[in-house]
Design a protein around this ligand. Sequence first.
Ligand code: URA
Length: 289
Amino acid sequence: MPARDMLRNALLLQIEAGADEAIAEAPVDRFAQRPPSPAPAAPAPAAAARPAPPAAARPAPTPVRVTRPAAPAALVTAETALGAARAAALAAPTLADLRAAVEAFEGCQLKETATHTVFADGAEGAPAMFVGEAPGADEDRIGKPFVGVSGQLLDRMIATIGLSRSLNAYITNILFWRPPGNREPSSEEIALCLPFVMRHIELARPKVLVFLGGPSAKTLLGRAEGITRLRGRWQDFRTQGMLERGEPPIAAMAMFHPAYLLRTPGAKREAWRDLMAIRARLAEAGALG
Ligand code: URA
């Protein structure tokens, strides 16, 4: 096989494995980064052979201060970033302020490899808010959530119950930046975005909140079960802030993610049932024209 084709195939293999992002300006030679092998140990000084100085000449023992062991630097950085995320989210009085706060936030490393911050799309003040997982390649390129194939299916699904981004649906994700190569986000990355997502829901204040897929449902409901168990049931959703202010809960429902429905057409029956329940709830709230 010509060398050019071999190189092309090797590249395709990497892309299929999800390595489709250059995350630094120049390649890194990890072999050259190996730590140097330790130098041979120097012989121990023959302290024992030396005579001990007279007691009066010995320095006074240094007082020992007992302190807590320092937290590892990475932990401190993560805690600081989380504190900054919480403070910035709480300080945002409007959706526009929150968008600006998310765009200015530098604490989540996903931002380093993303092209755009993907905040939200749709009608502010909409009665229905949909929360997916993370931007993919199309969303990262365009800067809006759910604009790829699964987004097109989402648009068709919500249209069947009288919803559209231009009128009465508002769409976001639990992550604002694309994980490189669409890898699974770490729990730390999710935790760093969470204060912004919670504030996002408080400020959008929809009548009905829909979690698209397991990661969104599990994160926002704080539950461990999978989407098959969580979907199709109404839950009361309240952020800590809503609880403290004594605000009523938002009706929330989890459903299958459109990307899953594309891979598993047989699950569309359950998705249809969930959409009907959402439509009924919105109609009950007088939110459908
Ligand atoms: N999948 C998601 O969960 N969110 C998007 O924005 C796109 C695809």
